[in-house]
Design a binder for this molecule. Structure first.
Ligand code: ATP
Ligand code: MG
Length: 571
């Protein structure tokens, strides 16, 4: 491609609303344009990258025997009524009516649509297992779209759905797709971890599910891992190591702690360690239009894992109690405690708390705490559950080894769904004995556009993007220096020769200075830069191929140039 023929616009400065490198660089390198909040246009070079990712995904799915389909982006409301998700999807799903008054939505995901395809085509166990996939546009009206393509409202997803007669068959396909995902991310050249995940609203929380996480400082997810264990922090099962509790104490005793609401201040004032205090959170579990209060008690230096409390309460969401709610619960902000509540108050102690030890707790009275509170002795009615957030240095329950925490970007997520959708939509197939049985499902998603952004988070420097060869918009970015017509003709001849070999090459033949051109080449980040200057064409001249990532320089004589390029790009 000749750059003079592309209306390519790059920018020197970071756009004001772009906070992370991938968002900044995609805008600066002219890969995308913002069309609206969380909505982007892919420009020619950005689209090239996305198409390459799609191609790798397609090849790996085809290799595993998955069948590509393209489902409609707009789906009829009736399908969602059947599964019960027309209401349950909440505000993320954009709904509309056509002129005949029929309900429609823009697909945020496609379990219903694919189940409808399945039930119309498949009647017998003999046709199972079967896996359909598509690469298509999704729309989710995210509460906080941000970071460009990373969390858009409209985005491209690869979604696959498998159908099975038995749990063991589902399990087999699940791990086959697990391997497909690993191959895709390896072929692209990413650094990733596969972690145990929380099923969220997709399936019941005891079904198997894994996330594929690209490691990056800017990742929104926290990953807990050690040799032999990896989980999203939402799901992580660990225990803490510091447990030197205080076991000698008398009766509950009120102490004055004027203006001291924070745990650190309480510890300083009373001369105790943070884990000798308990922190009590007054929360409201919301399910449909029901709201129920709950007190969650944690060790003073622990934090709440919001996913775990949400799952435990089976709530749509869990919110902190408002001032009014606190008042009706007889709690005072900063001094909330688990002592003295009526019997019916739902109280949950975190599993890290020793129920026989003695702690400082809030007195439910402004400027007072209680000493010598002992959970088992001093609470009528309580539950114990693992609700604390994993911390560095915890020990994984599965292998008793210390864990570390790092950040990741979720680019893929695979689930065993079970019969949730097939059952709700009344789907059956005939088994070997001629009996109608409800098939089981798995579903598997990759955020294609998010993956493009995530790769940049892993591969960039202060000058710009550094694409891995697998998905770079071009393999070679030729920089033409020199203005004479004769020279330009020679350079174009070389460009044509390279192109004829099937090597993707961009030539910067714009009427601007070399400094500007090299800056743009670094910003766009193609793996090899080829300098085509008048000097290189001289008697003793050699061509220079520079690697964008390593700055390695390969020199080649005119006769060897193509061979050297082919060797450089591993062909
Ligand atoms: P997240 O937890 O990041 O909101 P999710 O759990 O809602 O994602 P899934 O329903 O599992 O996502 O969708 C499959 C994949 O689609 C995700 O792994 C992610 O890569 C991608 N994806 C989801 N939401 C977005 C979005 N708003 N923008 C871009 N990609 C997305
Ligand atoms: Mg997910």
């Amino acid at each position: 491609m000749k750059l003079s023929q592309v209306r390519w616009q790059t920018y020197k400065d970071n756009p004001a609303d772009a906070e992370i490198p991938s968002h900044q660089l995609m805008l600066r390198a002219g890969l995308i344009h913002k069309a609206g909040a969380g909505i982007y246009n892919l420009l020619p070079f950005g689209l090239k990258v996305v198409k390459k990712i799609e191609q790798i995904i397609r090849e790996e799915h085809d290799k595993a025997g998955c069948l590509e389909v393209l489902m409609s982006v707009i789906t009829p409301g009736e399908l969602w009524q059947e599964s019960g998700r027309w209401q349950a999807m909440g505000g993320e799903m954009v709904k509309m009516k056509d002129k005949g008054g029929r309900d429609l939505c823009i697909s945020p995901t496609n379990e219903e649509a694919v189940t409808d395809i399945f039930r119309r085509l498949i009647k017998s166990y003999k046709d199972l297992p079967i896996t359909y996939y598509q690469i298509n546009t999704k729309f989710r009206d995210e509460i906080r779209p941000r970071f460009g393509l990373m969390r858009g409202r409209e985005f491209i997803m690869k979604d696959a759905y498998s159908f099975h007669e038995s749990k063991s068959c589902l399990e087999k396909t699940y791990f086959q797709l697990y391997n497909v995902y690993s191959s895709i991310l390896n072929r692209i050249g990413t650094e990733f971890k596969v972690v145990e995940a929380d099923a969220g609203a997709m399936a019941s929380s005891d079904q198997k599910t894994h996330e594929f996480q690209l490691l990056a400082k800017t990742g929104e997810d926290l990953l807990v891992y050690n040799e032999g264990y990896a989980a999203n922090i939402e799901k992580a099962k660990t225990k803490r190591v510091i447990n030197d509790f205080k076991f000698n104490g008398g009766e509950v005793e009120k102490v004055s702690t004027p203006d001291v609401g924070k745990i650190e201040e309480v510890c300083k004032l009373l001369g105790v360690k943070p884990h000798e205090t308990l922190k009590t959170l007054a929360l409201m579990g919301v399910k449909g239009n029901q709201v129920r209060p709950v007190l969650v008690v944690l060790l003073g230096d622990d934090e709440l894992n919001e996913t775990k409390i949400k799952n435990l309460l089976n709530a749509d969401h869990v919110l902190p109690a408002t001032e009014g709610e606190l008042e009706s619960l007889k709690c005072v902000r900063g001094f909330i405690g688990p002592f003295g509540h009526p019997q019916e108050m739902h109280t949950i102690f975190d599993a890290a708390i020793d129920l026989d030890a003695f702690y400082i707790v809030g007195a439910n009275q402004k400027d007072f705490h209680l000493k010598n509170f002992s959970p088992k002795r001093d609470t009528h009615n309580f539950e114990v559950a693992d609700l604390r957030r994993t911390k560095d240095g915890d020990i994984a329950l599965s292998n008793n080894l210390p864990v570390q925490i790092t950040r990741g970007i979720e680019v893929g997520h695979i689930f065993q769904l079970g019969d949730k959708y097939t059952k709700a939509m009344g789907v059956t197939v005939l088994d070997k004995t001629g009996k109608a049985v409800v098939p089981l499902m798995g579903c598997y998603g990759i955020g294609v556009t998010r993956l493009a952004a995530a790769v940049i988070e892993q591969n960039h420097d202060e000058k710009g993007i550094i694409w891995p060869e697998s998905i770079a918009p071009f393999k070679v970015h030729a920089v033409l220096i020199g203005r004479s017509d004769e020279f330009r003709m020679k350079a174009f001849k070389i460009y044509e020769q390279i192109r004829e070999r099937g090597i993707e090459i961009l030539i910067d033949d714009r009427d601007v200075g070399p400094g500007f051109k090299f800056k743009d080449a670094d910003l766009l980040g193609c793996p090899w830069q080829l300098t085509l200057g008048e000097r290189e064409f001289g008697e003793t001249g050699k061509f220079k191929l520079t690697n964008r990532k390593t700055a390695q320089i390969i020199e080649a004589s005119p006769e060897n140039l193509i061979t050297e390029i082919e060797r450089a790009i591993n062909r």
